[in-house]
Design a protein around this ligand. Structure first.
Ligand code: DGL
Length: 283
């Protein structure tokens, strides 16, 4: 049963630190909400894995969050949404889920060149969700895609501005620039952290679309429709839980969201125990 109390926390899940790009929008738009953020860093990256594995991890993380009494689960991961969103809704029918899908719709609407770019993980492009988004929204527009798995590893390492990161961004995006895109959809929640390098690579005439703000608005609408918005001002707390190392998570948090947030953050360890996610570090 979902928690029907407005004071209950929102659950946010990702394979790692990518979901922090959605969390920062949730914090900006819904500052009174408490959040439990789960980073499944024991399994990051999800992108090269099978749909079956990503489904199993996503169900495990969602089950953990539901047991901890969340009122909504935000699947702040395009890969997990592509592989598992339908399955999660079927498995936990009473729990509302908000997921990610590549923002092809605004890109196709706003393009002048008629060519849009989408970057994501391999698994996101293989899922039915991506095919359905392109089928519904990209009629008459050329869609150029690139999987950029290196960007996930850079964000996980908190490396968003080094020369090596700049080189990786160039390798991945040069063919899209060459193809004449004027809209670039960030189809992976890790990618907004590389925004400065991405904008420098594609040039000022290309609009970059980060779906984080729209997803946070959708979370607010879902809570409002159920009467579950927490009306407090600004005093929501975030608890971070990782199935990887808490020290490494805190370092990435500092690099991505700043020392002010990272140094006072509550970061706890999780471990997988026979398909179940439980609190505590691995032996
Ligand atoms: N942040 C994720 C996404 O939005 C997952 C990246 C990964 O783990 O490969 O797709």
């Amino acid at each position: 049963m979902p928690n029907q109390a407005s004071e209950a926390p929102i659950g946010v899940l990702d394979s790692g630190v990518g979901g922090l790009s959605v969390l920062r929008e949730l914090r900006a738009q819904l500052p009174g909400e408490d959040v439990l953020y789960v980073a499944d860093q024991g399994h990051v990256p999800y992108g090269p894995r099978s749909i079956r594995d990503v489904q199993a991890f996503s169900v495990g993380v969602a089950r953990f969050l539901i047991k901890r009494g969340v009122k909504l689960v935000v699947v702040a991961c395009n890969t997990a949404s592509a592989a598992a969103l339908y399955h999660l809704r079927e498995t936990f029918p009473a729990m509302p889920f908000v997921g990610m899908e590549p923002a092809v719709k605004p890109a196709a609407r706003d393009t002048h060149s008629g060519v849009i770019g989408v970057i994501a993980t391999e698994a996101t492009f293989q899922g039915e969700l991506y095919a359905s988004v392109v089928g519904r929204f990209a009629q008459g527009v050329q869609v150029k895609t690139r999987a950029c798995p290196e960007f996930v590893l850079l964000a996980e390492a908190g490396d968003t501005h080094s020369p090596a990161a700049r080189e990786a961004v160039h390798r991945c995006l040069a063919p899209l620039v060459e193809a004449g895109i004027d809209q670039l959809v960030l189809g992976c929640t890790h990618f907004p952290f590389l925004n400065d390098l991405i904008q420098a690579e594609v040039g000022p005439h290309v609009t970059i679309i980060d779906p984080g703000p729209a997803v946070a608005r959708q979370a607010g609408r879902v809570l409002a429709a159920r009467g579950l918005l927490n009306g407090r001002d600004g005093s929501g707390r975030v608890t971070y839980l990782t199935s990887g190392g808490p020290a490494a998570f805190r370092m990435a948090l500092r690099a991505l969201l700043g020392a002010g947030i990272a140094d006072s953050a509550e970061v706890r360890a999780l471990r997988w125990d026979g398909g179940q996610l439980v609190e505590g570090s691995s032996a």
